[in-house]
Design a protein around this ligand. Structure first.
Ligand code: CLF
Ligand code: SF4
Length: 478
């Protein structure tokens, strides 16, 4: 079972709330502690699955092509297998039997979960009968939200995501060409005004009922990038629990309006600069992986292809044992991880000349469990952390194609990785071959496998302390 702790997926520490049980009321911690999107810590250990039961949508976003899934909570350019609520319930049981990390069932399209509300709620109703301990989560554009808040509360859906890209309809008109509301179609500024009012009303109604609301915003350079500071303040005022700023992913081959007109997405450093600017506002989520509407597994991994309809047994019953054992194991591991992180923070307070020490960006390769436990050649993404005398903070992930598939590397992929690591000074990994090590070092990066299988935060802390040196009885020792 221990192996499950490090199987697949991302891990990091800063999406969702990076706070722990001591930083919030017990009832809130209870709601987020096993939710991989709402708790940065939980995403090391717990998995979500989405079921694609809601295909229709009531608005048009300029970053969406209807052929594909809802790009509000999903990477554009991928299509999910549509399911009926009955098929979805069967799939949830199959996944729960095989993936002990599973803690959350989300409905994130492939259209809007609340425009197709009958299918969404029917799915939750069916799943509830078999897995009473799974958490429910939905993602919506918010237009139909105010009409369904009571039903959301009735189904114990504690987590709702609303995609809010603007609070100014003039900016909205550059993102949404039309909406369909109350039996008619609206365009331009009027469409965005209605959408904005419904989003704010829905947000207020949810928070008034104690439902945790995460806001997703798609960062679109030149359109809403600066405006997202205002969005952050407005949603914070209305009680949003988290704000997740996601980069626009835009390419002509996706066939979206933005893709076709050449609207670009932000670079990783532009995204980081905006997130840094938002510090002090609504809590930021930085570990979003822009999942598919049929994603299965830890964030950053996608096991959806193991559970396609043709692979699901007709008759299936739920066996809770594996998930129960896994949870017990995670409790112990989490406590250990927290202790190691606290010790690392304490040690960092003694680094030399903290005021002069510039924060370093360190990338790690991990399969989950909060440890540096992945071979460089197998990494599909890097977790990036910032470290200085005040501590180690997760700041995001950088996607990179597998450098090494089948035991050999490809140089052009290595170039992609080096470009993706813009701003990063050090890579900590479980193992790396001589050839990629030399290439990274030639590009100015420091590489180390000295912390293999150790916790991420304590390794980064130890690396930083060793690099910068500590102040010991008035003397600096490095
Ligand atoms: Fe799914 Fe979204 Fe719920 Fe998470 S995803 S409905 S809140 S269970 Fe999470 Fe995926 Fe990012 Fe969404 S990483 S796209 S934020
Ligand atoms: Fe597409 Fe989602 Fe926008 Fe609807 S809400 S248009 S499905 S991105």
């Amino acid at each position: 079972m221990r192996a499950d702790l490090s199987k697949g997926g991302c891990s990091s520490s800063a999406c969702g709330s990076s706070d722990g049980p001591a930083d919030m009321p017990a009832e809130v911690w209870e709601k987020i502690k096993d939710h991989p999107c709402y708790s940065e810590e939980a995403h090391h250990y717990f998995a979500r699955m989405h079921v694609a039961v809601a295909p229709a949508c009531n608005i048009q976003c300029n970053y969406c092509n209807r052929k594909y899934d809802c790009a509000n909570e999903s990477r554009p350019g991928v299509v999910s297998e549509r399911l009926t609520p009955e098929q979805a319930a069967r799939k949830v049981i199959a996944v729960a039997n095989e993936v002990p990390q599973l803690s959350v069932l989300g409905i994130a399209g492939p259209g809007d979960s609340l425009f197709d509300w009958r299918k969404t709620f029917k799915t939750f109703e069916l799943v509830e009968q078999h897995l009473p301990d799974i958490k429910f989560c939905i993602s919506t554009n918010g237009l139909a939200l105010p009409d369904h808040v009571d039903e959301i509360a009735k189904h114990n859906i504690d987590h709702v995501t609303i995609t809010i890209n603007m609070v100014d309809p003039e900016i909205g008109a550059q993102i949404y060409p039309w909406i369909y509301h109350d039996g008619r179609r609206y365009e331009g500024i009027e469409a965005s005004r209605i959408l904005h009012e419904r989003q704010m009303l829905g947000l207020e109604m949810l928070t008034a009922r104690g439902i945790l609301v995460k806001i997703n915003s798609v960062m679109i350079p030149g359109i809403n990038d600066q405006h997202l500071k205002v969005v952050n303040a407005e949603v914070k005022k209305r009680g949003a629990f988290l704000h997740n700023v996601m980069p626009l992913i835009s390419a002509a081959e996706h066939g979206t309006h933005f893709g076709l007109v050449g609207q670009r997405g932000p670079t990783p450093m532009e995204l980081k600069a905006l997130q840094d600017d938002l510090a002090g506002g609504a809590n930021l989520m930085r570990h979003c992986r822009q999942c598919r509407a049929d994603a299965v597994g830890l964030l950053g991994e996608d096991r959806g292809q193991e559970f396609t309809l043709d692979k699901l047994p007709e008759d299936i019953s739920y066996d809770p044992e594996k998930r129960k054992l896994y949870r017990e194991l995670v409790e112990a591991e989490r406590a250990d991880h927290r202790k190691a992180t606290a010790a690392a923070t304490e040690a960092l307070a003694h680094v030399a000349e903290p005021a002069a020490a510039k924060p370093l960006l360190v990338a790690v390769t991990t399969k989950g469990g909060g440890r540096i436990n992945q071979h460089f050649g197998h990494a599909r993404e890097f977790q990036v952390f910032e470290v200085d005398a005040t501590g180690v903070r997760f700041i995001g992930h950088r996607r990179a194609d597998n450098y090494c598939v089948g035991g050999y590397g490809e140089d052009d992929k290595l170039d992609v990785i080096i470009a993706a690591l813009e701003g990063v000074s050090t890579v900590l990994t479980a193992k790396i071959g001589d050839c990629p090590r030399e290439a990274l070092e030639k590009a100015g990066l420091t590489v180390s496998d000295a912390y293999a299988y150790e916790y991420i935060e304590s390794s980064i802390g130890a690396y930083y302390t060793a690099t910068v040196g500590t102040v010991d009885a008035g003397r600096v020792s490095a």
